[in-house]
Design a protein around this ligand. Structure first.
Ligand SMILES: CC(C)(COP(=O)(O)OP(=O)(O)OC[C@H]1O[C@@H](n2cnc3c(N)ncnc32)[C@H](O)[C@@H]1OP(=O)(O)O)[C@@H](O)C(=O)NCCC(=O)NCCS
Length: 262
């Protein structure tokens, strides 16, 4: 899910701590339950480590380069999160998001359109985000990122997160079942869970609504370049009028509850 801002000039990496870092200095990093990963908002100093993670998880035509990572962090530092090994400092997982509008994100045909910074993104107050990219080499790190982010999301009124998921089981499934359509495959379930392994992964994380199925969405061979726009609700966001008034540390103390509410 890469290529963010490919068509725009990257801004200079932020040299000074961003406003989130200043405001939440004492609260903006978190050790996961087992103390195995350290989760925090990203800064441009993290780029070398993030590039190593990109190298591990994405192919040449998919992965983000340093300029794209810098652009994402500079554009939305409070929506760029990483999980790091406290011993080696290596990035174990990263998540980049941006504000979006429901009507826009539902009509964009490709991932690049969804991920590109749009005029007015900064002031968008629709409660909707688009997940530009999730990369992980450790399921605990990916979980820790979501656990870290949900309290911030509630505090700031984010309630909906769109993602464009590949469907890596599609090519293999169609080769064995040529009579099945892409739509049938994407919507197929086994024991209540999506047939496709990646849709199943997101389903378990609360991304359950299939919004659109797009051809030529993103280069991904096993998915035949098909992307599925899915939508997840931020856990407990139905009560956002309450959470906005609750101090962030209190919300952070509730973080284990979020997974129970998916
Ligand atoms: C998707 C991703 C972030 C998940 O990371 P993670 O939380 O560390 O979890 P894992 O990679 O161990 O995958 C967890 C499960 O989901 C399944 N899964 C997730 N993505 C998959 C994929 N692309 N192909 C096959 N299976 C996948 C795995 O089979 C695994 O199932 P298991 O628990 O039965 O073994 C990670 O695999 C990744 O970075 N993939 C490459 C980039 C990508 O596709 N990002 C998401 C784009 S929207």
């Amino acid at each position: 899910m890469q290529a963010f801002l490919k068509n725009s000039t990257p801004k200079a990496p932020a040299a000074a701590p961003n406003h989130w870092e200043q405001r939440y200095d004492a609260q903006n990093s978190d050790k996961s339950g087992e103390g195995e990963v350290c989760v925090r908002f990203l800064s441009c100093a993290d780029i070398p480590s993030l590039l190593e993670l990109e190298q591990k998880k994405w192919t040449d035509d998919q992965r983000a380069d340093a300029a794209m990572l810098a652009s994402r962090i500079a554009a939305f530092p409070d929506l760029s999160v990483g999980a790091f090994c406290p011993r080696t400092g290596s990035a174990q997982a990263s998540l980049f998001m941006k504000p979006t509008r429901h009507d826009h994100i539902r009509q964009y045909p490709t991932w690049a359109d969804c991920a590109r910074k749009q005029h007015g993104d900064e002031s968008t107050r629709t409660g909707a985000l688009f997940g530009i990219s999730l990369s992980s080499v450790d399921p605990k790190a990916a979980n820790a990122i979501f656990e870290f982010f949900w309290p911030y999301a509630l505090k700031h009124g984010w309630s909906d997160v769109y993602l464009g998921s590949p469907v890596p089981g599609l090519r293999g499934w169609l080769s064995k079942n040529p009579d099945i359509s892409v739509v049938q495959y994407v919507r197929s379930k086994r024991q209540g869970l999506p047939l496709d392994p990646q849709l199943r992964y997101y389903f378990k994380k609360g991304f359950r609504k299939i919004v659109a199925i797009r051809d030529n969405y993103f280069p991904h061979e096993p998915s035949l370049d098909v992307g599925v726009l899915i939508l997840g609700k931020v856990p407990l966001s139905g009560l956002s009028f309450i959470w906005k008034r609750v101090p962030l540390p209190w919300l952070q103390r509730m973080k284990k509850l979020f997974f129970l509410c998916l």
